[in-house]
Write a protein that binds this ligand. Structure first.
Ligand SMILES: *Cc1c(COP(=O)(O)O)cnc(C)c1O
Ligand code: SF4
Length: 355
């Protein structure tokens, strides 16, 4: 989708009614800096009468994106520091990211790679891809390869099939994972040929990025079923976003909708320090309170891990909440023999010391 066409339709249709009341001039300033695109599938989900529509909020540019705070960073999770060859990020010993393409079907306003992604930023050239695959071949501790981008499913089934076949031929690569927003952003792309392209003799997982229950439209659910029915299990990752999913009812509805689609919620990401995204970020305490509210009240199947990608390239860590505490205010949890554990109603119970 051409950015200029998108801009005009967003500004003429949705933007004047958004809370920020962004004008075309500000829109153009944002668009000059960050890619803008929305697909018909997601544009159709926008309620144009709602100035705070959670779908519009994720894709319609906002003047606040021009405010970059001191703590924000163009490489918020430190990919560059862990890139041994172009296209590869090798941060953890047993798995690598293979960034096949820097384009997406839609551009999320809170994207953690927003300085790297955009239309016209094509895929890796043949030579660069060959070198990236050679790095994986030459590194036996790589057990899993994660195809990401951008969105790898913007590539044609033919190109994906070629990459998957080359990865599947590497003896030490046992798992292939694909991170994508396509099943909700452009469900029609999940064709029989696309599904066939991803299948191989290796265990393959598709991880869907979805943030609001409305994203799981009838068409999106059908696309998801095409992967799962073909023997490709799915997980999900969501970003905790102010004004999109930062209340228990919406977040719970999203997680239940995912499970109803046979998707196991995997991660709830705390918002990254991407430039111009402060208006989307909650506090970590708010995130922990949401997780507490979900715990026990929603099926265990609906519980993602709440994670923070530590700025600087140190990796993701689960950030709670924690249900264990020392049994007296003066005791230290690490050295105490007994501890207290909190149940889902907030009551604390003693857990005895070892025999
Ligand atoms: C997020 C990430 C992974 C995947 O981490 P998991 O915890 O296995 O999902 C791998 N490599 C990099 C560089 C990442 O940022
Ligand atoms: S689909 Fe992913 S990589 Fe693309 S803009 Fe959205 S968050 Fe960023």
């Amino acid at each position: 989708m051409r950015a200029s066409g998108t801009l005009r339709s967003l500004s003429g249709d949705v933007a004047p009614r958004t809370a920020a009341g962004i004008g075309l001039a500000a829109l153009e300033q944002v668009a000059a800096r960050y890619a803008v695109a929305i697909t018909p599938a997601l544009a159709d989900l926008i309620d144009r009468a709602d100035p705070r529509d959670p779908i519009a909020r994720q894709f319609v540019p906002d003047a606040r994106e021009l405010d970059v705070s001191e703590v924000e960073n163009s490489d918020p999770i430190g990919d560059a520091a862990h890139s041994p060859v172009e296209g590869i990020v090798h941060r953890y010993p047993d798995r690598v990211l293979l960034k096949l393409v820097n384009a997406c079907a839609v551009y999320c306003r809170f994207c953690f790679r927003r300085e790297m992604v955009g239309p016209g930023r094509g895929g890796l050239t043949r030579q660069v891809l060959a070198a990236a695959l050679e790095y994986i071949r030459a590194t036996p501790q790589i057990w899993e390869v994660i195809l990401t981008g951008g969105d790898p499913l913007v590539l044609s089934p033919r190109r994906l099939k070629d990459v998957v076949a080359q990865l599947a031929a590497i003896e030490h690569v046992k798992v292939i994972r694909i991170h994508t927003r396509i099943p909700v952003a452009a469900p029609e792309r999940v064709s029989a040929a696309m599904v066939r392209a991803l299948r191989s003799a290796k265990a393959t997982f598709v991880v869907l990025h979805a943030n609001h229950p409305r994203e799981l439209s009838r068409e999106a659910r059908a696309a998801i079923a095409r992967f799962i029915d073909a023997g490709i299990p799915m997980l999900s990752q969501s970003v905790l976003l102010r004004g999109v999913n930062d209340d228990v009812a919406t977040l719970g509805a999203l997680l239940r909708a995912l499970v109803e689609c046979r998707i196991k919620p995997y991660y709830l990401h705390h918002g990254d320090l991407a430039p111009g995204t402060a208006h989307f970020r909650t506090t970590i305490a708010e995130g922990q309170n949401l997780m507490r509210a979900l715990h026990g009240r929603y099926s265990g199947l609906c519980q993602p891990a709440y994670v923070l990608d530590i700025p600087g390239g140190y990796g993701k860590s689960p950030i709670g909440p924690n249900y264990l505490s020392a049994d007296s205010p003066s005791a230290d949890l690490l050295t105490a023999d007994s501890c207290m554990v909190e149940d889902f109603n907030g009551l604390r119970h003693a857990y005895p010391p070892p025999a």
